[in-house]
Design a protein around this ligand. Sequence first.
Ligand SMILES: C[S@@+](CC[C@H](N)C(=O)[O-])C[C@H]1O[C@@H](n2cnc3c(N)ncnc32)[C@H](O)[C@@H]1O
Length: 221
Amino acid sequence: MITLTAHPVAPLLANLLAEAASASPLASPAIAALSDEDRARMMRSKTEYIDFYGRLKDFPLAVSSETGTLLYMLARSCRAKTIVEFGTSFGISTLYLASALRDNGGGRLISSEFEPSKIARARHNLTIGGLIDLVEIREGDALKTLGADLPETIDLLLLDGAKALYPEVLALVENRLGPGAFIVADNANDSAEYLTYVRSPANGYLSIPVGDDVELSMRTE
Ligand SMILES: C[S@@+](CC[C@H](N)C(=O)[O-])C[C@H]1O[C@@H](n2cnc3c(N)ncnc32)[C@H](O)[C@@H]1O
């Protein structure tokens, strides 16, 4: 039995995903108050993301179960030992990734989140899942917290924070991604700049869309 499909992670994820499915961000008065235009602009902004995600601090905004399973499979198949995550939220994607590390024999997952209440919920979930020992959640803006003290090599990067910052966060870790390292970018369609970058082979990636939400890239050099 693998960690992902065994107790306690499997029932925990089932509960968290059910909760996430029933928590539409549009139900938030702070989001509903925005026009469609303002919402779209803030979601793609390099300067308004703190305000935007502050309005969403009570929402999990989690990856789908399919994307979570993809994360688990990729981390297992590249035998990941070191993973970096941009955007922890309640720790749902973190549970998938940490499960893979456990089944790879251990490792280190550095995650990043600026909402303190979300970090507390993520730590709680990872503790219940028995995976907290593998995870360090860095509190604050990832542009700062992921800018120092990273492992020599990073095997997998999940981009799932403010979409406009995907190029900047990738730049912070890029020199630690060796050939074969994976990058999973959720909702990458909201960052045209990111897609242009990873889809240009000269930048050292192979990159494909997977389903509607995900851009999967592999470092080639
Ligand atoms: C889509 S949610 C992450 C969902 C999570 N990966 C999951 O699947 O469970 C994005 C999260 O990133 C956080 N975030 C956005 N920009 C950030 C930044 N610059 N630094 C740290 N956290 C950020 C938000 O507060 C939000 O909780």
